[in-house]
Every structure is written in C-alpha cells, then in structure tokens.
Design a protein around this ligand. Structure first.
Ligand SMILES: [Zn+2]
Length: 349
C-alpha cells in the first residue's frame, strides 16, 4: 500500500498531502517597481510518488504549452494524482508580457540555465527555476513551439540513450520522437547535469494556439504521468508508438531571396527531392533545395522572405514510413488524436 505523503515545501509554503495551491516565485520587479512572480501550481497527491514538473513559455511567445497546462489542471483524473505535479505555465513571465521569445535584456532564457543568483537577469530567472523546481523534481516535461514564423510537427526531443528517459519519452506518444543532445545552457541540458531527466515537446508555432498540437501535448503529458503510475491506467486504446528519429538537420537558404516552399510540414521526402526553391525577386537565379536523405519534414519556415543561411526545412532522417503515414494520416483527417474528454473546445480555424 502506498505511504501517505509528507507535506511538500515550496517558496516558504507547506502543501499538505491531497492539497493543491498556487505559489508565486519572486522575480526581479518591473522598473515601475511593480512586483513580478512566476506562478507555480502545486498538486500534492495523498500518496507518495514521483515529483514531476511541466513547464511552458520558457520562450515567452510559445503559448501552446500554456494552454496544455490549463487543460491538464482541469482534467478530472488529476485529482487522483499520486506523487507531486509542479505545473509552471509561464516560466518567462517577462517575454510572455512582451509576446517575445526573449527576456527584456535580450537574452534567451533557454541558453541561460542553470543561471546564478548574482548573474544577468536571465541567469537569475534560470537560477530561480532550477533551485525551486528542477532540483526537487524527478522528471520534467518542457513544452515549446517553433520560433516565430516557423512551424513544428508535434515531436518529443529527448536523449533516448538515457535509460530512465527513453521509455517515458516513448510513452508520451507524439508522432515523432527525435533523439537529440540538448544545447548547452538549455533547461534540458542543465537539468541532465544534475541528474533530472527532461523531455521537450515541440509543436506548432509561436503566438498561435494550434488545436492538434495542444491535444497531442495534453494526451502526452497524461500518458507520461500514467507510465509513472502517478495516474491510473487509461481504459482507452494507447497512443500509436512514435516514429523514432536518430538524427535530423536543417536545410538552409543557399542565397538570400524569396522562398517558394514545395513541401508541407509532415511530408515524407526522398533523398534529392526538391523541398523548395529560392530565387531573387525577378525569378532569376533560382536555386532548388534538396532533401539530404529519406526522411520527414519536422519543421519549416512559413515566411517566404529569407536571408542566406536561414534555416528553412528541418528534416528528420527516417525510413519508418508506414508508422509515420499512420500518424500523419490521422493528423490530417483529424481522427488522431484525442479521446473526447480532451477536446474541451472546438478547434480554432
Ligand atoms: Zn522554445
């Protein structure tokens, strides 16, 4: 029988077993002297279990994950949680207010972890998140979207050589599981350094709600909590297994100009196939961009105006076409995804 849970302490507050509360982690104030805090919703189950954080808007303009967390906290089954959930819907509060990826000091928070108490503004925010959230967690799920004017196919990124993380990243059940090393300074990197595995969910584009990305994200977080026995198992059919991609690369603009994309997100491509054409405004000097290998387009730009060197198509290497076709077909006809209880509102089109 599971043991009763001792109280959970955070930011000087004590959350009893079976309790939920919102705490605000103090951040640097605005220059108008108005206080700023990072909201953390703590759900502390009656019985002991893992501590998991789910975070969003580390990049302040990536808001799909904010909606994933809102829906997660309203799920009826979450009341039966075992262990502790730390839900942080808006990590980069300053960027969120400014509808910006960055902090007011123009730093990227996701390159500023683990941060420090006396460092830059970004470093201080990173330090608050590391010391109050990451250091007391057993696992993290960090929710992102593509950067502005880009779109990502719903995908989980994780180090699948990590024996703890690998089954959990698979359990998420995103169409694509991309094995990747975290960039230095990212939350995922800094957490791994102190032994806390973190997976990143990437889906959709910045400053937009994308309904399928939200549904897949919500279902994925619930799947991971079930895999950890923090929630009872689902009686419904489990998600399809993810297509596992071991590598990927960005295809960059060979020259500045205007891009005519010929490949949609999620397209399966063969090596050498044309992804798009970059030309100057008069249509002279066209340069096609070719797929580097057989794979799937997991990210792309939506903006046709490109500078030389800009990342245009993110291609994941794979030959798991049957599995991907099932996922992508379901994505396109809208039958995928979510059991009805996850579809709280009609898709915004
Ligand atoms: Zn991001």
């Amino acid at each position: 029988m599971a043991r009763a849970n001792p109280a959970f302490m955070i930011a000087g507050q004590s959350v009893p077993a079976g309790g939920r509360c919102t705490v605000g982690l103090p951040l640097p104030s605005l220059y108008t002297n108005d206080p700023v805090s990072m909201p953390v919703y703590v759900l502390h189950g009656r019985h002991e279990g893992p501590v998991v954080f789910v975070s969003a808007a580390v990049h302040g303009d990536e808001i799909n994950g904010v909606e994933v967390i809102r829906r997660l906290l309203r799920m009826p089954q979450i009341r039966r949680l075992r262990g502790t959930l730390l839900a942080v819907p808006i990590v980069n509060v300053f960027g969120f207010h400014n509808r910006s990826r960055y902090l007011p000091d123009r730093r990227d928070l996701n390159r500023s972890f683990p941060g420090s108490e006396s460092g830059s503004m970004a470093a201080r925010l990173g330090h608050v998140f590391m010391s109050e959230i990451v250091e007391r967690a057993d696992l993290g799920i960090d929710l992102h979207t593509a950067a502005i004017h880009r779109d990502n196919l719903p995908q989980v990124r994780a180090d699948i050589n990590d024996p703890i993380l690998e089954p959990l990243a698979r359990a998420f059940g995103a169409p694509v599981l991309l094995h990747s090393a975290p960039p230095s300074g990212s939350l995922r990197y800094a957490a791994a350094e102190i032994g806390v595995p973190v997976m990143v969910y990437e889906a959709g584009e910045a400053l937009r709600f994308e309904e399928l990305s939200i549904q897949i994200g919500l279902r994925g977080v619930l799947n991971v909590l079930r895999q950890l026995s923090m929630l009872p198992p689902s009686r419904r059919r489990l998600s399809r297994p993810s297509a596992v991609l071991r590598s990927s690369s960005w295809q960059r603009a060979p020259q500045s100009g205007i891009l005519r994309a010929q490949t949609r997100l999620g397209a399966l491509v063969n090596k050498g196939e044309t992804l798009g054409v970059v030309a100057d405004p008069t249509g002279e000097s066209e340069i096609p961009l070719a797929a580097p290998y057989d794979g799937v387009v997991i990210g792309r730009t939506n903006l046709p105006l490109v500078f030389e060197g800009e990342a245009l198509f993110h291609v994941g290497r794979t030959r798991q076409t049957t599995l991907l076709e099932q996922h992508l077909g379901a994505l396109q006809d809208g039958t995928n995804i979510a059991p009805p209880e996850l579809i709280e509102e009609p898709p915004i089109v």
